[in-house]
Write a protein that binds this ligand. Structure first.
Ligand code: GLU
Length: 485
């Protein structure tokens, strides 16, 4: 027997920025499909007009594309199961609800808002719910109300006793007492479906085989399953994902929110994390590979991913770990590409006129977030007003006595150079060290301080001199000499 093609869907509601939790859902949907040769579908769930945010759909497209999660069907590229935007499907749902009414699995509820509000005043329905008043109306009563044009909603007829069970791929068997289940609304007064109804119809009609979503949907799943059963449809495989938590400075763990740091994909990118690193980190946030591999390209994830590796315990979003992934991606990137990424940050630091590739080369091993760059390189644009004590360094054996002499010799030798490149500058230092019988560090330290005004710099004296160029370097060296008196 041939296996059914795995089809997963990412079904975001365009309500604003893309939370890393949503991105992880999208990624696991994608990987669930791709690891099994399946299709990944994008469906925009935009029926909740109150929460709709202009521009949010673009954020979804941009994020998926930056993250490398290419969908096989969706609003922008079409497919055989469209439309892929829920608001364009709005006329599809009512006939399904009418079918349930015909089969005695749903009913029209004519209760007014006022009546439902009154219900809330009683203890039993204080937290919401419905007393099923319209569930057993007679045909005549229903007809009379319809003839009078009484507005109604359509509710699902839940079983009154017994239990409903299902097995989630991550959380195992979940059982609920049917009496806990409300006769939920499927179609609202305006004829449009509720989310709880639409998602079942959409998933079934789009041939979705695996539903991957956040664990906040676990408690609604029995209701969805009763709908599948009412229609006689096959229930999809459920993969509910664990919560993503954050840890604050005191070590208290709570649901990941703004107070822990950026939680939106775009904000993380703005903060200097690379999309590939974010995706790699998020892949491991709730899923564990069979070996201890940590660095994965998206193609490698597609091969390595398996549903059994998803954990049900909450995962903690660790910004330090993300920064580590980011630094690994930066280190392994082609220098030219890294230089391009650095360009706006060089500009920001006033270093836009310097050689991007050379500047990038001294940063590549030291940067964990791109936003650290301006502070690291701003001394190239403006040398800080530094203290002459910086010339004193125990390890390099420099003192306030020998520094002026060494710096004087270095400046003179560098001024005499015919060409200005890192090799020539390096040789010049080596020759001086040899000539004066000093350690390399001893001849280099005063120059590094004089050209940077800092004890910690990306790159050493040679690289900095090379990048600054002859004129600026000599100017700074002379200023350093003047400082030393
Ligand atoms: N539109 C829902 C959301 O963004 C989708 C939930 C689901 O995956 O079914 O939360």
């Amino acid at each position: 027997m041939s296996e059914k093609t795995v089809r997963t869907r990412y079904a975001p509601s365009p309500t604003g920025f893309m939370h890393v939790g949503n991105l992880r859902t999208a990624l696991y949907e994608y990987l669930t499909a791709k690891s099994q040769g399946g299709k990944f579908i994008l469906r925009i769930e935009d029926t909740d007009r109150e929460r709709y945010v202009d521009g949010a759909v673009d954020i979804i497209y941009n994020t998926l594309s930056q993250a490398g999660l290419k969908h096989d069907e969706g609003p922008d590229i079409g497919g055989d199961f469209g439309p892929y935007v829920q608001s364009e499907r709005k006329d599809m749902y009512l006939p399904y609800a009418m079918k349930l009414i015909e089969d005695g699995k749903a009913y029209r509820c004519f209760c007014s808002k006022e009546r439902l509000e009154q219900l809330r005043e009683s203890e039993e329905f204080a937290a919401g719910g419905y007393d099923r008043k319209c569930r057993d109306l007679s045909e005549e009563e229903i007809q009379k109300l319809l003839d009078a044009g009484t507005p109604y909603v359509i509710r699902q007829k839940m079983p009154i006793d017994g239990e409903t069970s299902f097995t989630d791929s991550v959380f195992g068997t979940i059982t609920v007492d049917n009496k806990e289940l409300q006769d939920q609304i499927l179609i609202k007064e305006d004829g449009y479906p509720t989310y709880n109804f639409a998602n079942v119809i959409d998933d079934h009609t789009m041939g979705i085989t695996h539903v991957v979503r956040g664990c906040e949907y676990l408690s609604s799943t029995p209701k969805y399953n009763l709908l599948y059963e009412a229609f006689g449809w096959e229930i999809p495989t459920y993969i509910h994902l664990p919560l993503i938590m954050g840890k604050d400075a005191e070590g208290t763990v709570s649901k990941l929110s703004k107070r822990h740091g950026s939680t939106g994909f775009e904000d993380l990118v703005k903060e200097g994390y690379l999309p590939e690193a974010i995706i790699n980190y998020i892949a491991l946030l709730g899923w564990c590979p069979k070996d201890n591999q940590e660095i994965f390209t998206i193609e490698e994830l597609e091969k390595a991913f398996f549903i059994g590796g998803i954990s049900k315990s909450p995962s903690i979003f660790d910004y330090d770990k993300l920064a580590w992934f980011n630094s690994e991606y930066i280190k392994n990137m082609e220098l030219e590409k890294f230089a391009e990424l650095c360009a706006p940050y060089f500009e920001q630091a006033g270093c836009g006129n310097l050689d991007k590739v050379k500047l990038a080369s001294i940063l590549q091993k030291r940067v964990s977030k791109l936003t650290e760059i301006p502070e690291m390189v701003e001394f190239f644009a403006n040398i800080p007003d530094y203290d002459i004590e910086l010339f004193v360094n125990k390890k390099s054996k420099t003192t306030l006595e020998n520094a002026p002499v060494i710096l004087g010799n270095v400046t003179e030798a560098l001024r005499a150079l015919e060409s200005w490149d890192s090799e020539t500058i390096h040789d010049c230092f080596m020759k001086l060290a040899e000539k004066y019988e000093l350690k390399n560090g001893t001849v280099m330290w005063p120059a590094r301080i004089a050209v940077s005004g800092k004890t910690v710099t990306p790159g050493g004296a040679v690289e900095i001199l090379d990048i600054l160029g002859r004129d600026e370097s000599l100017k700074r060296l002379e200023a350093g000499l003047a400082k030393l008196g």
